[in-house]
Design a protein around this ligand. Structure first.
Ligand code: COI
Length: 357
């Protein structure tokens, strides 16, 4: 399918941010967006890049009432020589389509999806910031647009991609964050939709996150829904703990997001000959390790967050300082390696980089 491109007139282009060192996450959007429609029986049609703008959506659109919405997050990076890279975009496309299947939405053709990302990035290439730690965040999404109030999968959808120049996701940047272990609310349960990148999972996280923020924490660490015992994830990141030199992360057992940075970190530490385990780990074990000094590092992984060191874990009113409240050695090494690959500064032994221009 050919993607048509309607460009904004040169004198109507938005002003680009002048100070890259001050970019926050997710408030500035570029001049264009990608759009494609779907109808049952007709399939996907009319893929187009158009000027960025508001949708016209029927108030009975099923996404608004019953939550059929999914999204993805990936980034475009500008290398010193002007090359533009994506990082493992085919994994985002696969995950998008797995999320779609889980909540009864149509899959988007992977080659159309990849073509749409690349074409939009080329149209918006002047928006890609150059400083390390900055990038052009790419947000593909799909929602049910059919106007109908019976509860069933919709027959009409809109998929779109918007992009925005971003800096660090957390205001702390690479400084360690404080996380609050949540043992009242839950994010997702096995058999539910926790693995899908769908709006409802994020809505489910908000109240706990607001309560934690009011107490001075950056994020909530979720425990499993049935026993409030095992570590799950941090909502915007997967979590890793280094205990007795073993790197441990929760298994992908149904309620945890299949993080692409998570998988990249696992592949890297295996290549470096380190011991890594995807296994259930209880909060009690993490706290016992923190008390005895065996927990040497904790960090989160995510597209938006990259590698985010955790300097404090608070559980049942007790604060546990991790790695002296500083960024640990492994977090720093993983950050340097992943960012180095993403910006074309380091060798790419796994073939993760995809060149756009
Ligand atoms: C991402 O890391 O891209 C995410 O989707 C996390 C968050 C910004 C929702």
């Amino acid at each position: 399918m050919e993607i048509t491109i309607q460009k904004v007139a040169p004198d109507k282009l938005k002003k680009k941010p002048s100070d890259e060192s001050n970019l926050a996450f997710g408030d500035i959007f570029t001049d264009h967006m990608f759009f494609v429609d779907y109808k049952t029986g007709k399939g996907w049609y009319n893929p187009r890049i158009v000027p960025y703008g508001c949708f016209s959506v029927d108030p009975a659109a099923m996404a608004i009432h019953y939550g059929q919405e999914i999204f993805e997050g990936l980034k475009a990076y500008k290398a010193d020589d002007g090359s533009i890279y994506l990082f493992r975009p085919e994994e985002n496309i696969k995950r998008f389509n797995r999320s779609a299947t889980r909540i009864c939405m149509p899959e988007l053709d992977s080659s159309l999806f990849m073509d749409a990302i690349k074409k939009l990035i080329l149209v918006e290439q002047d928006w890609i910031p150059k400083n390390q730690g900055t990038s052009l965040y790419i947000r593909p999404a799909m929602f049910a647009s059919e106007p109908h109030l019976g509860v069933r999968p919709a027959k009409e959808y809109i998929a779109f991609i918007i992009v925005c120049p971003v800096g660090a996701y957390y205001k702390e940047g690479l400084s360690p964050i404080k996380i609050y272990v949540e043992d009242k609310y839950v994010r997702a349960s096995v058999g539910g939709i926790g693995e899908a990148k769908t709006a409802g999972n994020y809505a489910a996280s908000l109240l706990a996150a607001e309560e934690a923020k009011a107490k001075g924490f950056t994020q909530v660490l979720w425990l499993d829904a049935s026993q409030r015992k095992y570590i799950e994830e941090v909502g915007t990141m997967n979590m890793f703990f280094v205990i007795d030199n073993e790197i441990i992360t929760a298994p992908l057992a149904g309620s945890v997001l299949h993080g692409i940075t998570r998988d990249s970190a696992i592949q890297l530490v295996k290549r470096w000959g380190m011991k890594v385990a995807e296994k259930a780990i209880s909060i009690d074990d993490v706290i016992a390790a923190a008390r005895s000094g065996r927990l040497t590092e904790a960090f989160g992984t995510g597209t938006a967050a990259v590698i985010s060191p955790v300097g404090q874990i608070t559980y049942r009113n007790e604060d546990h300082i991790v790695a002296g409240g500083k960024m640990g050695q492994l977090s720093q090494r993983l950050y340097d390696e992943i960012v180095g690959i993403q910006y074309g500064k380091k060798a790419d032994p796994f073939g993760w980089r995809v060149k756009v221009n």
